[in-house]
Design a protein around this ligand. Structure first.
Ligand SMILES: N[C@@H](CCC(=O)NCCCC(=O)O)C(=O)O
Length: 266
C-alpha cells in the first residue's frame, strides 16, 4: 500500500452498532440502525459508515481490526440485566440479547486496542455495563429523580430535537471546552441510566437530579466518550452537538492514518 502524504486526512471507516428488529409480514429478524447515525457519520464525523450486525462475540475479532471508530447507537431496547446482575426487567421491557452479546465484547475490545468510540444513550449504558457498572431500570420511579423518558404528549420530531433538561458539565472537562460553557440543554429519551458507575468511567456531566449524563473512559488510549442524550438529532443546527461528532471524527481520522501507516510499513 502506498503511504499517504503527511497531513492528509484519511476518511475513517466507522462501525455503527445494529439492533435486531422484526420486519415485514413474517416479522423476520433484521439487523438495523437508524438513518440518523448513517447521516451523522457522512456529515460531521466525516467518515464512511458501515453497519455492524448483532452477530455475537465471535464476530468481534474479525470486525474490529478493520474499523477506525465505533459509534454505539441508542435504541428502545435495553441491556439485559443478567449482564450486570440486576433484577429482571418489568414485563414488556424491550430487550435485544443478540445486540448485548455483540456490543459488550466489542466495547471492551475497542477500549483495549484504542479504537475511538462514541456511545449514545443505550450505547452509553452498554459502555457502563461492559466496564462493570450497573443500571437503574426506571429512573422516573426513583425518589427525587426526574422523568427522563420520551414525552408521550408531543410529536416525535419535537421530542427528538427539543431540549428536556440541562446538563452540568465537569469544570474544565473536555465537554465543557467543546461547549464553551458549564451547562448545556439536551434532549432526553431514556428510562434507564447509570446506577453504579464502572470503575474506569469518569463522569463529564450530570442532569439536575444527579443522573450521570456523560462519561469518558479514564486513561483510554483513544477517544472513548458516552452521552446519555442524542446529539445525532440536532447537529445540523446545534453547534455543541456538531462539535461532539467532529471531535470523534478527528480521533477516528488519526486512528485511520495510524492504521494505514502500519499496513504500509508491513
Ligand atoms: N432503552 C434505553 C435506552 C434509550 C435509548 O437509547 N433511546 C433511543 C430512542 C431513540 C428514539 O426514540 O428516537 C432506555 O430506555 O434507557
Amino acid at each position: 500500500m502506498t503511504p499517504r502524504p503527511k497531513g492528509m486526512r484519511v476518511k475513517p471507516l466507522i462501525g455503527i452498532s445494529c439492533c435486531v428488529k422484526g420486519f415485514g409480514l413474517f416479522n423476520t429478524p433484521n439487523h438495523a440502525a437508524s438513518d440518523h447515525y448513517v447521516k451523522v457519520v457522512l456529515g460531521p464525523v466525516g467518515g464512511i459508515p458501515i453497519l455492524i450486525p448483532a452477530a455475537g462475540e465471535a464476530s468481534v475479532p474479525d470486525i474490529l481490526p478493520r474499523l477506525d471508530g465505533l459509534l454505539l447507537t441508542g435504541s428502545r431496547s435495553n441491556v439485559h440485566p443478567s449482564n450486570y446482575d440486576g433484577p429482571a426487567h418489568a414485563e414488556g421491557t424491550p430487550e435485544d440479547p443478540q445486540r448485548d452479546s455483540t456490543t459488550l465484547p466489542l466495547i471492551r475490545a475497542a477500549i483495549g486496542q484504542g479504537v475511538p468510540l462514541l456511545a449514545i444513550c443505550r450505547g452509553m449504558q452498554e459502555l457502563n455495563v461492559a466496564l462493570g457498572g450497573t443500571l437503574d431500570q426506571r429512573i422516573q420511579d426513583l425518589p427525587g429523580r426526574m422523568d427522563h423518558s420520551t414525552p408521550s404528549d408531543q410529536p416525535i420530531p419535537l421530542v427528538r430535537t427539543g431540549k428536556a433538561h440541562t446538563v452540568r458539565l465537569a469544570v474544565e472537562g473536555m465537554l465543557a471546552r467543546l461547549a464553551n460553557c458549564g451547562e448545556v440543554p439536551v434532549n432526553s429519551l431514556h428510562n434507564q441510566g447509570v446506577q453504579r458507575l464502572a470503575p474506569r468511567l469518569e463522569p463529564m456531566g450530570w442532569a439536575p437530579d444527579g443522573t450521570v449524563e456523560a462519561v469518558r473512559v479514564r486513561e483510554a488510549r483513544g477517544f472513548a466518550w458516552g452521552v446519555q442524550w442524542h446529539p445525532e438529532y440536532d447537529w445540523d443546527r446545534d453547534g455543541f452537538s456538531r462539535r461532539i461528532f467532529e471531535s470523534f471524527g478527528e480521533a477516528c481520522a488519526d486512528w485511520a492514518r495510524l492504521r494505514h501507516e502500519q499496513v504500509a510499513a508491513e
